[in-house]
Design a protein around this ligand. Structure first.
Ligand SMILES: C[S@@+](CC[C@H](N)C(=O)[O-])C[C@H]1O[C@@H](n2cnc3c(N)ncnc32)[C@H](O)[C@@H]1O
Length: 316
């Protein structure tokens, strides 16, 4: 996803979103007013993330960055940047639509323009989120770690290959690596271009895995089905009971995401941000094998920041 978050500025020096908007907002849409964008809130809260090495950090930078996107994606990216700049708990505010409208109007948009943007977000937000990931994950200048996740590699070292599920697999870096280690892998993601790239790369490398274009909400996780479930920078808070049930006894859940401290460096979507000790508490049926909150280079963002790394096993 081309845009949000982590700042090149040190903590505390971040430019407040909105500060420069007046001078850069020029969008003049002529569409009728529109209602609720809450319906697709999941898109931002459900996933929420990453950016490029030189990440847009101010509204002005965002405007420059999104200038060539179609209007609905521009409206979405502008909204997404604003929303992920809020503290994670506020990103789920039930009055988020009204708040954003006020923000737009306060920063130079007419009421008609603001309503037009909300309508675009409401109607195309879900698709725009997918397009964002298609752009980021298939870029010929990747701004994320294209190698397998290091924590996953450590965990897998000591485990016998079995069935693995890669939730929100992106362009397949982890699925492909697991398949190369002899695992029977299924990966899914709604970003169809990323999934196509994963399949193409797997083919070139002569490995097979089952890749599906799907969202977590639509995927049948099954019961006692997986020896390993990976959620790498793709959430982990949404359906704990489903994941617990989907693991085979003895199977492990592996999650890497951001610690809340990382949000001091710039916007990150709430769905991939966890508080101290939150993950172990989320999965009461699992036995923690490893849990860390290290300062490390994030796979998405490629900067040193506080992460969460969680591996837990379903008891036999
Ligand atoms: C930061 S990327 C991580 C990709 C991959 N897990 C990795 O570590 O390389 C987040 C991924 O979550 C996917 N995603 C977004 N919404 C999703 C949803 N509702 N269900 C499953 N995956 C989703 C995005 O398309 C994107 O590929």
């Amino acid at each position: 996803m081309a845009a949000l978050w982590l700042s090149p500025n040190p903590p505390g020096r971040r430019t407040r979103p909105g500060a420069k908007l007046r001078e850069v907002f020029r969008m003049k849409l002529r569409l009728p007013p529109s209602p609720a964008i809450l319906r697709f809130s999941f898109a931002v809260v459900a996933c929420a993330f990453m950016t490029q090495p030189v990440r847009p950090q101010t509204p002005a930078e965002v405007e420059k960055h999104i200038a060539n996107l179609p209007p609905e994606q521009r409206a979405y990216e502008r909204y997404r940047f604003w929303r992920t700049s809020l503290p994670p708990d506020q990103q789920k505010d039930s009055k988020i639509e009204a708040r954003y409208r006020e923000y737009l109007v306060a920063h130079g948009f007419s009421e008609t323009d603001a309503d037009a943007q909300l309508k675009l977000i409401d109607e195309h937000g879900e698709r725009s989120e997918v397009e964002r990931w298609n752009r980021i994950l298939t870029s010929d200048k990747p701004i994320f770690n294209t190698q397998p996740n290091a924590f996953l590699m450590e965990i897998v070292k000591t485990r016998k290959p079995g069935t693995a599920l890669d939730v929100g697999m992106g362009q397949g870096r982890n699925s492909i690596w697991l398949a190369q280690q002899g695992w029977d892998v299924t990966g899914f993601d709604p970003a169809e271009k990323a999934v196509a790239l994963a399949e193409e790369n797997a083919r070139k490398l002569g490995v097979h895995f089952n890749a599906q274009i799907k969202r977590s909400e639509d995927f049948d996780f099954g019961e006692r089905r997986w020896d390993l479930i990976l959620v790498s920078y793709a959430g982990g808070r949404e359906m704990p009971a489903v994941l617990e049930k989907a693991l085979k006894p003895g199977g492990v859940l592996v999650i890497e995401a951001f610690h809340r401290d990382a949000t001091k460096l710039g916007p990150i979507g709430g769905a991939v941000v966890f508080d101290t000790g939150e993950l172990p508490a989320l999965y009461p049926e699992l036995r923690v094998v490893r849990y860390e909150e290290p300062l490390a280079i994030a796979d998405f963002g490629l900067e040193k920041m506080r992460l969460v790394r969680y591996c837990a096993e379903r008891p036999e």
